[in-house]
Design a protein around this ligand. Structure first.
Ligand SMILES: [Fe+2]
Ligand SMILES: [Fe+2]
Length: 262
């Protein structure tokens, strides 16, 4: 209820009235920003698979099912906002976007971990990673005069941060319940984390290459994702069990952009 109340009172936004679509033509199109927007739109479009997984794992608990429904509503606007940006800015046609959606959903995202607790931890890391990516894209958009896109990243990034905090609360409850087991799962997920679905997108290699050249590297992963997560859970890396006391410096497959214009 606290999550819902805060969302309703402070975080709801409207795709049609809270984005200044009239300002969209003031900056010349930027192909890299557009390709990245399309990529994130694609990652967000695996919503059916994310929801199905969540409901499979948690769906007979009403609170958890409710969270999935509300979360799904919020996430559903993220792909729509990016899609509308690409369409209204003229960088993608209706037909291209239609084909893209078809191609994206011709593949299926499978959950990367077997247990509910690992998936909760994965969700916590994935939401924060998405927030960090949107924050960096927003910075680039501001610097290049793309105020509408910057605004979209601000709105959807704020949702991702709210989701991050919700998952952090959930994981903290698991730590109270079974500290040893939860720490073991946390260490495992932090070591093996990959962003969802990216490798399933069309032209995966080109997208990966573009992102890798500007990407979140191991240092950023530790600084902006692992460290704040551990702090939020009142942990340090020394609490994490396993063969290594900390996640690897270079998480394999983490190929997300921090900037796109260098
Ligand atoms: Fe999202
Ligand atoms: Fe999210």
């Amino acid at each position: 209820m606290t999550f819902f109340e805060k969302a309703e009172r402070t975080r709801r936004w409207n795709l049609f009235t809270d984005i200044d679509w009239d300002a969209i033509d003031t900056a010349p199109p930027d192909p890299q920003l557009a390709t990245n927007a399309e990529t994130f739109c694609g990652v967000e479009m695996f919503l059916p698979d994310y929801l199905q997984t969540h409901l499979e794992l948690f769906g007979r608990d009403y609170a958890q099912a409710w969270f999935a429904a509300n979360w799904g509503y919020e996430e559903s606007k993220h792909s729509l906002a990016l899609r509308e940006y690409l369409r209204r800015s003229g960088q993608r046609s209706e037909e291209q976007l239609h084909d893209y959606a078809g191609t994206v959903l011709s593949k299926r995202w499978e959950r990367p971990y077997p247990s509910a607790r690992e998936m909760l931890i994965y969700g916590m890391i994935q939401e924060l990673t998405t927030f960090v990516v949107y924050r960096s894209q927003r910075t680039v958009a501001i610097e290049t005069g793309h105020s509408v896109l910057a605004d979209i990243y601000r709105l959807i990034g704020r949702d991702e941060m709210a989701h991050t905090k919700f998952y952090q609360h959930m994981v903290a409850l698991h730590l109270d319940d079974d500290r040893e087991g939860t720490l073991r799962d946390l260490a495992h997920v932090l070591r093996t984390f990959r962003m969802p679905a990216e490798q399933l997108l069309p032209d995966a290699e080109a997208r990966t290459e573009l992102m890798r050249s500007t990407g979140i590297d191991g240092r950023v992963y530790l600084r902006d994702i692992v460290a704040p997560t551990l702090t939020a859970l009142r942990l340090t890396r020394h609490d994490l069990p396993g063969p290594r006391q900390a996640p690897p410096v270079e998480p394999s497959g983490l190929v997300l952009p921090t900037r796109t214009r260098e």
